[in-house]
Design a protein around this ligand. Structure first.
Ligand SMILES: NC(=O)c1ccc[n+]([C@@H]2O[C@H](COP(=O)([O-])OP(=O)(O)OC[C@H]3O[C@@H](n4cnc5c(N)ncnc54)[C@H](O)[C@@H]3O)[C@@H](O)[C@H]2O)c1
Length: 442
């Protein structure tokens, strides 16, 4: 896109913002979809579960993905090869953005400026700087926003977060999370370089990312193993877990972060580590970790959970569709045997150990349809969504700074208010990257 065409487009969006219509409770929200691959298709299905919306427009680089979506929809949506055409469409009230991470910021900001409400997939952005700009734009244009961290709309997980925040586990000193999968030896493979499906498609895929020779693995789905388009599994899965942990702790940001790992055993052309440990410290005394073990699938956690929260009174294990709390057994140290006579009495009675709390558990669904439902309701009521942009940004930013710690091989102190590191200018320089011309963050 040339500078002048981007200027004209931005000007047309500025006028478009004033056209957004006011929707009543019984109105149908007219939806536009940007990106209809793996996740876009799932989110489309989630919206189709509800009657009060219709698929009005679709946009993807692939014609067959658009046709597939059109066949599922209950309407006759228009097809756009370029997302800017979809955003110019006055028949579209709200958009879903499910493109690769490096496109989220540009498309989100353009959508807000075009007067559309936005459901944008996680991770919110590729950089912390982009995420903050997205928040500012959403607030300035007064858009309703939902970030695709769908656990936020699951009632059983809300119950878990409220229980922990109310002190149910006591003081939580450790929270761990895991992405465990054995991808050794071949992983995503190592395909030879080749010509792209079409130069135009490759160009549109790359967008603001650096121009590099085409490789099949850099495109559909597998882009998440390359840093130009994704933060790797740390932001792909890690953002769901970080968000859940932040929700439970009731804390906005970590005060420090470090990470170690590498591509140790998998023989493919990925850039991201196959083995990684990221560690954050939160104010008030909680260590949070994300363990990515992609060369061995043995469970790392007593319950094979995704997330484990260790409190002074009990441990919460959070799985996809359930959570449970295992009480701690508190030992009364005042009755602990210290002398031969104590020990004789202990043999008779044993040390005093009692459960610190009652066990607890809950089951539920974290179906994306719940998240879509929340978004549709908020589009009409203008209330903030369960995973409003600021929440999605803070959870994404926490994972992105761990990637910076990994890249710079450092222990970094984080000022979450200023969104800057206080002990490394080299790390601060990685809070954003230079877009390829002519792309500019609006
Ligand atoms: N919430 C979740 O649990 C969840 C699950 C999977 C993926 N995701 C997120 O969804 C996003 C997409 O991932 P995916 O697995 O669907 O990838 P994918 O490669 O299957 O789909 C991406 C789609 O975007 C399209 N696209 C790329 N550039 C475009 C452009 N400029 N304009 C229009 N369309 C464009 C591609 O043609 C492709 O169909 C990622 O950000 C990912 O993190 C979220």
């Amino acid at each position: 896109m040339s500078d002048s065409s981007r200027r004209t487009f931005t000007a047309s969006l500025a006028t478009a913002a004033s056209f957004s219509r006011v929707l009543g409770a019984n109105d149908r929200v007219r939806m536009g979809y940007i990106g209809l691959g793996n996740r876009g298709d799932q989110v489309h299905d989630a919206f189709l579960e509800h009657g009060d919306n219709q698929t009005t427009a679709v946009c993807d680089l692939r014609d067959d993905y658009m046709d597939f979506a059109i066949r599922k929809s209950r309407a006759t949506p228009k097809k756009y090869g370029d997302y800017r055409g979809l955003l110019d469409d006055k028949e579209v009230d709200a958009v879903v953005i499910a493109t690769p991470d490096h496109w989220h910021a540009l498309q989100f900001i353009d959508a807000c400026n075009a007067g559309k409400d936005v459901y944008v997939e996680k991770p919110l952005s590729l950089t912390v700087f982009e995420g903050r700009r997205m928040v500012e734009t959403a607030r300035r244009t007064q858009r309703v926003t939902q970030v695709g961290i769908h656990r936020r709309s699951a009632p059983f997980l809300k119950e878990a977060a409220e229980f922990v925040r109310a002190g149910g586990l006591g003081q939580v000193t450790v929270a761990r999370s895991f992405h465990i999968l054995n991808q050794w030896p071949k992983g995503i493979g190592n395909p030879a370089g080749s010509a792209p499906p079409s130069e135009a498609e490759w160009e549109q895929w790359l967008g603001p990312a650096p121009k590099v020779p085409y490789n099949r693995n850099r495109m559909f789905y597998n882009f998440r193993w390359f840093y130009h388009y994704s933060g790797g599994q740390l932001t792909n899965f890690g953002v769901h877990y970080m968000d859940m942990i932040r929700w439970c702790l009731g804390k906005e940001w970590p005060r420090a972060v470090t990470a170690m790992g590498g591509k140790y055993a998998v023989e493919d052309n990925r850039e991201i580590p196959d083995t990684l440990e990221a560690l954050w410290e939160f104010e008030g005394g909680t260590l949070v970790s994300f363990s990515q073990y992609n060369c061995n699938a043995a469970p790392a956690d007593a319950q094979r959970a995704e997330i484990e929260l260790r409190g002074t009174k009990g441990t919460m294990y959070i799985h996809g569709a359930r959570w449970e709390v295992v009480p701690e057994k508190i030992t009364d140290l005042s009755t602990f045997p210290r002398t031969p006579l104590d020990r004789a009495s202990e043999r008779a009675y044993g040390p005093s150990r009692k459960a610190a709390m009652e066990p607890r558990s809950a089951k539920g669904s974290q179906d994306t349809a719940l998240h879509a439902r929340n978004f549709l309701g908020c589009v009409k009521s203008r209330a903030r969504c369960t995973c409003d942009i600021e929440i999605g940004h803070r959870s994404t930013a926490a994972t992105l700074i761990a990637n910076i710690a990994h890249k710079t091989r450092s222990y970094l102190e984080w000022d979450g208010q200023a969104e800057r590191f206080t002990n490394s200018e080299a790390a601060n320089r990685l809070l954003h990257y230079k877009y390829r011309a002519p792309y500019k963050l609006g």
